[in-house]
Design a protein around this ligand. Structure first.
Ligand code: SF4
Length: 379
């Protein structure tokens, strides 16, 4: 009961914090009305998947997911780059840190992700490895410049939004002629994983809340295949309360009308064509490769890795590590990122696995569904 009051307070407070609370209240009423209409017509709630960790976080933080739980199913998908990284690859990144004369640089979330044998944080705490958190890959290039006697390796995980930033760091290192900078590249592409989810049909998805940040690179054009080939709706959404509520309204309106469209509801940030210039830079250094996703098969051409001509920047080639297949654990992140279960359905949620003692990446990452549920939706 206490959690319920708390969650209801959350949406009331989030509405008051918007620039236009009256609009937020009206939008919430209208979203509920259309969601109820969908239940009336189809005998079940509509099911919308978000494929962006920032949306996962916002839907929980604003209380939208909780407020609409009886009429609309909001499912978290594979939108957190750390959460979708294959366990064996995480193990390899951690093993990489053990080498001498090297500095591992990474975004903060990677530090705490548990591998089969400890984490980067543990390796750092035990003095076994020099691991440094950076805010941008470009900071890692700077570290390489300042430490010419060390090899500096950046762990590059991320989707289309991050991949051009990773390319920019490689460009910087190349321009500076640095021979002691390399990257463990594990870029992920949104379209192949969305296609995988739709093709397997294991999760019911009536429409997608499309990732606003990724769409700045791909544009609305980059998602047209969804409506054209699968007949599924998508709305490119921003991250503010009213942006998300209006996106839900648009999706419900479309699914009720039986239309299949891709709507850009973030037009002041996302262009029709996206940002081809940024992607061109990404394609200079990286190319699509088959890639394993956490507890999912290898998905053809679903990742981005170095082109052979840039092997001198490729940490996988320069510092090969061999790790065995990870032992299966009770962590169910693989099902969480495919929208098959809610985080609470994992038996470890809130017991053995908490943000202070995470068992899986979904509880570590600020964009992870388990972390968002723990912080905002825990019963
Ligand atoms: S609660 Fe923890 S162990 Fe369970 S799926 Fe989430 S991260 Fe994995």
């Amino acid at each position: 009961m206490e959690t319920q009051v708390h969650a209801e307070d959350r949406i009331a407070q989030a509405i008051e914090r918007t620039k236009d609370p009256a609009l937020a209240r009206e939008l919430l009423r209208e979203v509920r009305r259309l969601a109820e209409k969908f239940v009336e017509v189809h005998g079940r709630p509509a099911s919308f998947m978000e494929v962006c960790g920032s949306h996962t976080h916002a839907l929980a933080e604003f209380g939208i997911k909780y407020a609409l739980r009886d009429v609309l199913k909001l499912v978290s998908g594979p939108g957190c780059p750390v959460c979708v990284t294959d366990q064996q690859e995480i193990d390899a990144m951690i093993a990489l840190a053990d080498g001498e004369d090297r500095i591992i640089t990474t975004f903060g979330d990677m530090l705490r992700v548990p591998g089969s044998r400890g984490s980067l944080m543990k390796a750092k705490a035990e003095g076994r490895a020099d691991v440094r958190v950076v805010y941008s890959p470009s900071d890692a290039v700077e570290i390489a410049q300042k430490n010419p006697d060390k090899q500096v390796i950046f762990l590059g995980v991320g989707f289309e939004t991050t991949i051009p930033v990773l390319a920019a760091a490689v460009y910087e290192a190349e321009t500076l002629g640095l021979e002691n900078f390399s990257m463990w590249m594990s870029g992920k592409l949104v379209e192949p994983i969305m296609r995988y989810l739709l093709d397997t049909g294991e999760t019911r998805i009536d429409a997608f809340i499309l990732p606003g940040h990724v769409a700045t690179i791909l544009g609305r054009k980059g998602f047209l295949w969804l409506a054209e080939e699968y007949g599924v709706n998508g709305v490119i959404s921003g991250f503010e309360m009213n942006e998300i509520l209006s996106s839900l309204y648009i999706l419900l309106d479309l699914v009720l009308k039986g239309k299949a469209e891709i709507v850009n509801n973030y037009p002041y940030v996302v262009r029709e064509e996206g940002n081809p210039g940024a992607w061109k830079l990404a394609e200079k250094y990286f190319m699509p490769v088959d890639m394993a996703w956490r507890e999912i098969d290898v998905i053809p051409k679903s990742g981005m890795d170095f082109r052979p001509e840039y092997a001198h920047f490729d940490a996988k080639k320069r510092f090969p590590v061999t790790v065995g297949k990870p032992k299966p654990t009770a962590c169910r992140c693989g099902e969480v990122i495919r929208g098959l279960i809610e985080p609470e359905e994992c038996p470890l949620f809130g017991k053995a696995c908490t943000p202070a003692h995470p068992i899986g990446p979904c509880m570590v990452s600020s964009e992870g569904a388990c972390a968002a549920h723990y912080k905002y939706l825990r019963q």
